[in-house]
Design a protein around this ligand. Structure first.
Ligand code: GLY
Ligand code: MN
Ligand code: MN
Length: 434
């Protein structure tokens, strides 16, 4: 992404900040996996959104109207030994040029320099409560400033959640961001197709996960956006199943919910298909309901409709469908009112998608479901899950879990299904697997 894109975002942030305020944006801490091994580093999404910087141990400060420059970075200095062992660093000079920072300081000097940047400001924007160590450090510095008030300095007296500004900005994706999202989705599309082609009766779930990961990596998506879910048969009824360790028996469905992360942007796609390549009559019957529910929901994703309309549409199709199959009984209104359907469809139909797989952005405004607007990206992902633990069900339906998930962009004219190239209808799936 170009430097100008990040500058534009910071300018937008500045235009929305309260007078006499400062924004302090830390990145994620490194996390120990075991002993001296760390989890792969992933920058904080807000920090990345404003800087494009993906090194650990750094922090950004934005100060509107600061005469010496509004954008300050703290980061690691270059260090020959450390770089030989652990990898390259941008360094102070590099950060000035590479990130367009007005001032760059060593991260070691943070606690000495930060008080001078925040004293006499009225309010501080931070990602409050996200990083304990950062919060503690900031509070310590604020107390320190406060203790000097006899010498005329004044500690900020209001903390504001940075999210009150950034979440709204991040919710609307421009062309530059959509390019990254589309790339993540295109890679994911290829990965799902590869897994369908690889599947056979008796395949281990992790073999299909390996296929997915191989495609992600081959395209430079070194990490999935979230741990891939590959669940055969009954395992598909565990919504966030990630053990991925069992064989998928002949005649079972397998649910794959996997998305690549590209340039820190997420894809989030689910397909469910018969491991041996052909649906049984029961699987077909349930699959068709989920597919119709998803289609009904996608049609509702459009400007001026509200957030809940896709879910209501999907829910209605699922309830009617399960009634037709005599899995649910009673009036549709009653089933929805009593939420008895939640035994089989226990989650909502989507979420915002962006830098985070469950991206930021309010779903309600003033207690009303918010209206879809162009530039928003949402998933649409209804499902039916009939676990073997549901005892009062005809056993022919048991152990079937189905979810179908696509990534939908709201446009001026309606919407665009960004993941529509992943086979989805029964005939498309059976054909690609044959
Ligand atoms: N992959 C997580 C979700 O679909 O929400
Ligand atoms: Mn999702
Ligand atoms: Mn998903």
């Amino acid at each position: 992404m170009e430097l100008g894109e990040f500058r534009r975002r910071r300018e937008e942030l500045i235009s929305r900040m309260a007078p006499e305020s400062v924004a302090i944006i830390p990145t994620s801490p490194e996390k120990i996996r075991n002993k001296d091994v760390f989890y792969p580093f992933r920058p904080d999404s807000d920090f990345f959104y404003l800087t494009g910087f993906n090194e650990p141990h750094c922090l950004a400060i934005v100060i509107p109207d600061r005469p010496q420059g509004e954008f300050i970075i703290f980061c690691r200095e270059r260090n020959k030994d450390a770089e030989i062992w652990h990898g390259r660093r941008l360094g102070l000079e590099g950060a000035r040029e590479g990130l367009g920072a007005n001032h760059v300081f060593p991260i070691e000097d943070l606690e000495d320099i930060l008080p001078g940047l925040i004293e006499n400001k009225k309010q501080i924007y931070t990602p409050m409560g996200r990083y304990q160590e950062f919060d503690n450090m900031l509070m310590k510095l604020v107390r320190q400033i406060d203790s000097q008030n006899r010498s005329g300095v004044h500690a900020p007296d209001r903390f504001l959640a940075l999210s009150t500004i950034l979440d709204e900005m991040r919710l609307f994706k421009n062309e530059v961001e959509l390019k990254s999202i589309k790339k993540a989705i295109d890679i994911t599309t290829e990965a799902h197709i590869a897994a369908m082609k690889k599947a056979y009766a008796g395949v281990f779930e992790f073999e299909l996960e390996a296929e997915i990961m191989a495609v992600f990596m081959r395209h430079g998506a070194r990490s999935p956006a979230y741990p891939s879910i590959v669940g055969g048969g009954e395992n598909a009824c565990i919504l966030h199943y990630t053990d991925n360790k069992d064989r998928v028996a002949d005649g079972e469905l397998v649910l794959i919910d996997a998305g690549a992360e590209y340039g820190c942007y997420a894809a989030d796609i689910t397909r469910t298909f018969p491991v041996n390549g052909s649906f049984t009559a029961e699987q077909k019957a349930l699959y068709e309901i989920v597919l119709l529910a998803q289609q009904a929901a996608i049609e509702k994703v459009k400007h001026y409709n509200n957030w809940d309309e896709p879910h209501s549409a999907a829910l209605l199709v699922i309830v009617e469908g399960l009634k037709d199959l005599e899995i649910l009984s009673g009036s549709t209104e009653e089933i929805i009112e009593t939420e008895i359907y939640k035994k089989f469809f226990m989650h909502k139909t989507g979420h915002w998608l962006g830098l985070d797989v469950h991206d930021v952005g309010d779903y309600k405004i003033d207690n009303q479901w918010r209206i879809f607007e162009p530039g928003m990206v949402t998933t649409v992902e209804p499902g039916i899950y009939i676990s073997q633990s549901e005892v009062n069900i005809d056993p022919r339906w048991s152990g079937i879990g189905i979810r179908i998930e696509d990534d939908i962009l709201v446009t001026k004219e309606g919407n665009l299904n960004l993941s529509k190239k992943v086979p989805k209808t029964i005939s498309q799936i059976e054909e690609i697997m044959s």
